[in-house]
Design a protein around this ligand. Structure first.
Ligand code: MEV
Length: 272
């Protein structure tokens, strides 16, 4: 059984699509993929603890040609069983985790060794099907399984003496990453100066956050998260529900809180 974790973005979402840096970390929720060689071919989703399998033929139709192109024609005869505790559309990297777990499952099935850089490359091809033009931060974080600095397709691990623990609150509203990236692009075309300034300010926060993490200054990390959330509000990707969740986390004593991922619903992370 292959496994891939989810992710949260601590700073830099959206700007990262335009070449600015981002900081992201893996989380302890995962997607599991098992190849059943003699099963009916397709992508089957099995909710945890329930003996019920649902064939997602729409999704399989979308990704099967790419899997065949990457790994050969025998792939279309395989049955993939998927279990996940990452809610879809939650901003927690469910599709990137599925991409990475599928790639790992195929290599595991073929008894082949898979390097981290190959995982990133293959998973990117699947992510493109899900999101059109992803920056790559989601699946790279998931493949690296750590806290990373991601900039223009390259990443490095960030030194962090005491791991940062975040509380994740997920709304019932599903975020559509592709739709939000398109909305931001339209906004950028209409008002390039303003959006560019927002991206630059977000990038400034991302640089400062790296310093704060490396020097173990949790209060500064929290304050930068909150600032980042205000800029994401200005970018038009927050919602009243996400704003309320951030406010209530701060009233409960969080050092900072922000939406994470594409926004428009999805999740909020808070640092306590
Ligand atoms: C989604 O988790 C992060 C975005 O920046 C999109 C991307 O980087 O591809 C919104």
């Amino acid at each position: 059984m292959a496994k891939a974790c989810g992710k949260i973005i601590l700073s830099g979402e959206h700007g990262v699509v335009y070449g600015y840096p981002a900081i992201a970390q893996c989380i302890d929720r995962s997607v599991f993929v098992k190849v059943i060689p003699r099963g009916e071919p397709g992508l089957y989703f099995e909710p945890p603890n329930v003996k019920l399998r649902t064939l997602n033929s729409e999704l399989f139709k979308q990704i099967a040609p790419k899997l065949v192109e990457l790994f050969g024609p025998e792939i279309s005869h395989l049955c993939f069983q998927v279990q996940s505790d990452i809610p879809p559309g939650s901003g927690l990297g469910s599709s990137a985790a599925l991409s990475v777990a599928l790639v790992r499952a195929i290599f595991e099935h073929n008894h082949e060794v898979l390097s981290q850089s190959d995982t990133v490359q293959y998973a990117l091809e699947l992510e493109k099907i899900f999101h059109g033009n992803p920056s790559g931060v989601d699946h790279t974080t998931i493949a690296a399984q750590s806290l990373i600095w991601f900039h223009q397709g390259r990443f490095e691990n960030i030194r962090c003496l005491n791991p940062l623990h975040f509380r994740i609150s997920t709304t019932a509203t599903q975020a559509g990453t592709r739709a939000l990236i398109t909305a931001v692009r339209r906004n950028f075309e209409k008002n390039p100066r303003h959006i560019q300034t927002l991206f630059e300010n977000i990038a400034c926060i991302t640089f400062q956050m790296r310093d704060a993490i490396e020097s173990n200054d949790r209060s500064a990390v929290g304050a930068l998260m909150t600032k980042n959330h205000f800029l994401l509000q200005d970018l038009g990707v927050s919602t009243p529900e996400l704003d309320r969740l951030c406010e209530s986390a701060k009233q409960e004593g969080a050092l900072g809180a922000k939406l994470t991922g594409a926004g428009g619903g999805g999740s909020v992370i808070a640092l306590f």
